[in-house]
Ligand binder design. Structure first.
Ligand code: PEP
Ligand code: MN
Length: 346
C-alpha cells in the first residue's frame, strides 16, 4: 500500500504516518518525490485496512497496490529506475548498455584479452563466470576464487565494470567483494535464500529469468531483492524452454515491453543463452534493442572453438564488433544511444 502525502506535507505529518504504520505492525518506507512524498507500507501479505491512515493530516490518497510484487511494480514507483555506477555508466536510462565477455573466466590472459577486445568494440561492462552452474557435474565448473582476481586485473587494465555470478551463499561474499554487478543465474532465480543474500550484498544485482519461470515469478523474485533493501536490480530475459530443439531456448522478447509496463526496473536481453547459436546472436541482439531492452549481455571469446563452456554460442571478437555497429544504429532510431565505456580510472 502507498500513502500519498499532499504537496507541501510537513515532516511531522510524514513521521506521524510512519509511526501509525509501525504501530499497525508493518514497515514504513518514506519515498520523497519531485512533486510529493509517498510512504510505502511493506510487510503485508494481502489487503490492509487503510481507515487509520486515510484520515491522518497531510494524507491525500491511499493506493492499494494490486500486484503481488509491490516495490517492483510501476504502481509503487512510476519513474524508471536508473542505476548509477561510480564510473559514470548508467543502466535503465536513455543509454543502452552492452555487457560482453566469455561464458567462463579461463585464465588471466583470456579474460584480460577479451576485456580489451570488447571494450574496443564499445562494451562498458565485462562478463565472465568464476563459478559456473553446469548441467553435468563433469563439465568445467569455473576456476573459482582465482578467477575473481583475474576479473579484477581486467577491470584495472580496461576500466570496464565487472559482472559475475554468485551461485551460492558461501560464494556471495567473495563475489560481491569483486563484482560491480552480482549475477543470479537462471537456475537460481527461485533460490530464495540466495536471493535474500543478494538483497543484502551491497552491489547491484543482475537477475536472470528462470528457464521455466513466468514473468510474474521473475518479478516476485526481484521483489525478494528489494524487500531486503537492494533497489539496484537489473532483470534479464535469457530465453525460456521451448518445444523446438532447433534453438537452445526460446528468447521471449515480449518480456521486454511487458516488464517495462509492469515494473520500473531495467531489463536487458541475453541473445547468447536465448538462442545457443552463434549466428543467431546478432539478429536477436538487434531485435532486443529494437524491442526497448535497456541492454544486452553477449558471450564473446577470443577463440570460441576452444572455449571451456558455451563455445557454440560465443561470438568471435570481430562478430561482436559488427554487432555493436548494428545495435548502435537500432538504438539511435529508437531515440537512445549505446553507452560509452568509461575511461580507465574513472
Ligand atoms: C551464463 O550467463 O553464463 C549463464 C550460466 O546464464 P544462465 O543462468 O542464464 O543460464
Ligand atoms: Mn554461458
Amino acid at each position: 500500500m502507498l500513502i500519498v502525502m499532499r504537496h507541501g506535507a510537513t515532516e511531522a505529518e510524514i513521521q506521524r504516518v510512519v509511526a501509525v504504520i509501525q504501530e499497525m505492525g508493518y514497515q514504513a518506507q518514506p519515498m520523497p518525490g519531485a512533486q510529493r512524498t509517498a510512504v510505502g507500507l511493506v510487510g503485508n501479505d494481502g489487503r490492509v485496512d487503510a481507515s487509520r491512515l486515510e484520515g491522518l493530516p497531510g494524507v491525500t490518497e491511499v493506493i492499494h497496490v494490486s500486484k503481488p510484487y509491490k516495490q517492483v511494480s510501476r504502481e509503487w514507483k512510476a519513474d524508471s529506475t536508473v542505476i548509477h555506477f561510480p564510473n559514470g555508466v548508467t543502466v535503465g536510462g536513455a543509454d543502452v548498455v552492452a555487457i560482453a565477455g566469455p561464458c567462463s573466466v579461463e585464465s588471466e590472459r583470456q579474460i584480460v584479452e577479451t576485456a580489451r577486445l570488447v571494450k574496443e568494440a564499445g562494451a562498458s561492462i565485462l562478463r565472465g563466470g568464476a563459478f559456473k552452474p553446469r548441467s553435468s557435474p563433469y563439465s568445467f565448473q569455473g576456476l573459482g576464487r582465482p578467477a575473481l582476481r583475474f576479473l579484477e586485473k581486467a577491470r584495472a587494465e580496461t576500466g570496464l565494470l565487472v559482472c559475475t555470478e554468485a551461485m551460492d551463499i558461501e560464494g556471495m561474499g567473495w563475489v560481491a567483494e569483486t563484482a560491480d554487478i552480482v549475477q543470479i543465474g537462471a537456475r537460481n532465480m527461485q533460490n530464495f535464500s540466495l536471493l535474500k543474500a543478494a538483497g543484502r550484498c551491497g552491489k547491484p544485482v543482475l537477475l536472470k529469468r528462470g528457464m521455466a519461470a513466468t514473468i510474474t515469478e521473475l518479478l516476485l523474485s526481484a521483489e525478494y531483492l528489494l524487500a531486503e533493501g537492494n533497489r539496484d536490480v537489473i532483470l534479464c530475459e535469457r530465453g525460456v524452454r521451448g518445444f523446438d530443439p532447433i534453438t537452445r531456448n526460446l528468447l521471449d522478447l515480449t518480456a521486454i515491453p511487458v516488464v517495462h509496463k509492469l515494473s520500473h526496473l531495467p531489463i536487458i536481453a541475453d541473445p547468447s543463452h536465448g538462442t545457443g547459436l552463434r549466428d543467431q546472436v546478432l539478429p536477436m541482439a538487434r531485435a532486443a534493442v529494437a524491442a526497448g531492452a535497456d541492454g544486452i549481455i553477449v558471450e564473446v571469446h577470443p577463440a570460441p572453438d576452444q572455449a571451456l563452456s558455451d563455445g557454440a554460442q560465443s561470438l568471435f571478437p570481430s562478430q561482436f564488433a559488427q554487432l555493436m555497429k548494428e545495435v548502435r544504429v537500432i538504438a539511435e532510431v529508437t531515440g537512445r544511444r549505446m553507452a560509452e565505456p568509461a575511461p580507465v580510472g574513472a
